[in-house]
Design a protein around this ligand. Structure first.
Ligand SMILES: C[S@@+](CC[C@H](N)C(=O)[O-])C[C@H]1O[C@@H](n2cnc3c(N)ncnc32)[C@H](O)[C@@H]1O
Length: 388
């Protein structure tokens, strides 16, 4: 993608719609097709994007306050006190084991998802369907073609950073993560650093041209502080972008039935993130754009869109995306649940596996037309600013 393809900053200025033709976003509970029922299980012809993509200006001020099979692995190395790493070695590669899944060993932060090959595979599938959704664009912010210093915070397998470095040979791309799960062979203009984004950053302020975050939900205790840190380390005129999943599984067929597995799953996870102190709700409402405004970003844009889970859409592109989303969900559900349910919510391992099995069965049901909601924001550090 080049800056010519990108939307110029003026079109994303506060108060100005970015896409003239974009219809207003329906409320989350609005059915995609009013006549849809589970019994009829029709394929929906209206593309989700047209129905749900939206842009919204950043408000000028912030309101105050604001199934895996049976596993008989030995007892987890996680203690009852999940904060404790006392029995672990100092090596960041000495991953911890929980019922056969491995978790990172950061001494400064506790992260809820595994870092093993199964979960990493899910990250790479996610990268693929997000690229499909965004027509192969790695980012939405209108950065220039000669972008130089780029930071990808919470890079995971590093797949985004590697792709970006390949597309922009003039750029130097740094990917950071608390877990060293990135490949050793990378483009010469790409490097990976083990770093906790919640601690003070070692790079100079006013340094990066572009800072990118994707899917750090559940990894951050203070999002406002993180956005402010990104602002401080961007050059004046530099761009920031964050894309976050709302991990709730939505279905207009299921609705708000509290006993349905979708809603039980959603409620349990929302609560577990709050108990962990690292919300999984960052993508909800206007939180991300509020944090951007609070940090001082200008020319901000927010887009919300829906991704189908499984192949229930009639639209060819969305159907393909949905099938990849389902692949991701199917292989990630157990990893999502294990730590949060057994260590944070106090469930037995067997109870956790039953819930995962129920959810796994339910997300493949095309009649339920499940979908996720995703929020993407980007904004610019003012040209006139010098530091935070
Ligand atoms: C869901 S993955 C997303 C990975 C990558 N951004 C992508 O989109 O493919 C979240 C990643 O954030 C990392 N992470 C979580 N908390 C972090 C923190 N405080 N600092 C740095 N990385 C963190 C995790 O280790 C994990 O690799």
């Amino acid at each position: 993608m080049s800056s010519k393809d990108s939307k110029p900053a003026e079109t994303t200025a506060v108060g100005a719609p970015v896409e003239e033709a974009t219809p207003p976003a329906p409320a989350a509970s609005l059915p995609l097709e009013a006549a849809t029922t589970a019994a009829e299980a029709p394929a929906v012809s209206a593309p989700l994007e047209a129905a749900t993509t939206t842009t919204a200006p950043i408000p000028p001020a912030i309101p105050e306050g604001d199934a895996g099979g049976v596993n008989d692995e030995p007892e987890s190395e996680f203690g009852d006190d999940f904060e404790s790493t006392a029995s672990l070695t100092d090596s960041i590669r000495d991953f911890r084991n929980l019922h056969g899944r491995t978790y990172g060993n950061s001494h400064s932060t506790e992260y809820w998802a595994p870092n093993d090959n199964q979960q990493a595979g899910g990250l790479d599938i996610t990268h693929h369907y997000l690229l499909l959704y965004h027509d192969n664009k790695l980012f939405q912010a209108p950065i220039s073609d000669d972008v130089q210093k780029v930071l990808d915070v919470g890079t995971g397998t590093g797949i985004w950073a590697i792709d970006f470095a390949d597309q922009y040979p003039s750029a130097h791309v740094i990917g950071t993560d608390i877990s060293p799960i990135q490949p050793p062979w990378v483009p010469p203009n790409c490097e990976f650093v083990v770093d906790d984004a919640q601690l003070d950053w070692t790079w100079p302020e006013n340094h990066f041209d572009y800072i990118h975050l994707r899917d750090l939900y559940g990894g951050i205790s203070d999002w406002g502080a993180l956005y402010k840190r990104a602002y401080a380390h961007l050059k004046p005129g530099g761009w920031f972008e964050d894309q976050e999943f709302d991990i709730r599984c939505h279905s207009d067929v299921v609705g708000h039935d509290p006993d349905h597995i979708y809603n039980r799953w959603n409620d349990i996870f929302a609560e577990s993130g709050e108990r962990l102190g690292k919300t999984l709700k960052i993508g909800r409402d206007s939180r991300m754009r509020d944090y951007m405004a609070e940090a001082g970003f200008v020319n901000c844009t927010e887009r919300k869109f829906r991704l189908p889970i499984n192949g229930w859409c009639r639209d060819k592109k969305l159907k393909e995306i949905g099938m990849f989303v389902h692949m991701f969900v199917d292989q990630s559900l157990e990893g999502f649940a294990l730590f949060l349910l057994t260590k944070i919510m106090g469930w037995k391992y067997e109870e956790c596996q039953v819930l995962v099995a129920q959810m796994r069965a339910a997300v493949k049901d095309t009649r339920l037309q499940p979908y996720y909601e995703v929020t993407l924001v980007y904004g610019q550090k003012p040209e006139s600013s010098s530091t935070a």
